[in-house]
Design a protein around this ligand. Structure first.
Ligand code: HEC
Length: 198
């Protein structure tokens, strides 16, 4: 009798702990599914941005130029040309952040467009960091009273086209005559601002 009571108690304890383990695992899975860590989210957004830029540059701009069909030009509307990859990037980012605190864009201390200079304290610190380490920099920041998780990814001169266009651009020659980009240099960064309370 004493033995069977002990056995029943053990069985109840066993079943109870199994329930605890299963419910904890389910809760964990739900949390993982419902809330992704913000640095993973910025990494995914960055992958999309980078892929889109690469494909537009390679299969649209370069291909149509090689086939003598149409070229890309900064004054694409007047010239009936394709927008430059940098302009395409800016237009898509403006559309993506319309009516939302979410935003992304390219910034640089040697920017061709003055609106692309590092502005906030985070942007300046992040830029200093990526220029010295060549690695992404991520942190929380408060901007215009709103809380963000922000990330800056290094934007490197992957080809001669990057440096030729920037080094020879009238705006670059006028504002940064001493800065001559070389292939492989970090030319700026891709900034992603993830609003934490949208
Ligand atoms: C044909 C010219 C051209 C080429 C090629 C080019 N860019 Fe740009 N880039 C521009 C222009 C023009 C802007 C400014 C766009 C704007 O108004 O926001 C710009 C903007 C940028 C910015 C934001 C800071 C700024 O200068 O305003 C970065 C960073 C950048 N480019 C990096 C690159 C990299 C890296 C490559 C090569 C993969 C590249 N660019 C190729 C013309 C070019």
């Amino acid at each position: 009798m004493k033995l069977s009571l002990r056995l029943i108690t053990l069985m109840i304890l066993g079943v109870a702990s199994w329930f605890v383990v299963v419910s904890c695992a389910t809760l964990d899975a739900q949390q993982m599914g419902g809330k992704l860590p913000p640095d993973l989210v910025t990494d995914y957004v960055y992958r999309i941005i980078k892929s889109e830029r690469t494909i537009y540059g390679k299969y649209v701009v370069q291909r149509l130029k090689d086939e003598n069909i149409v070229r890309a030009s900064e004054h694409w509307q007047q010239d009936k040309a394709l927008p430059l990859p940098a302009q395409m990037f800016r237009m898509t980012s403006e559309l993506a952040s319309e009516n939302s605190a979410f935003s992304y864009g390219a910034i640089s201390p040697w920017s061709l467009n003055e609106n692309n200079l590092p502005n906030t304290e985070f942007e300046q610190k992040a830029m200093e960091n990526i220029l010295t380490t060549g690695l992404p920099y991520k942190d929380y920041q408060v901007k215009d009273g709103k809380k963000y998780y922000s990330a800056l990814y290094p934007d490197k001169a992957v080809s001669a086209a990057c440096i030729d266009c920037h080094n020879q651009h009238p705006s670059h020659k006028q504002r940064y005559p001493d800065k001559v980009f070389k292939v492989g240099d970090v030319m700026g960064g891709i900034l992603i601002n993830l609003p934490l309370d949208p």
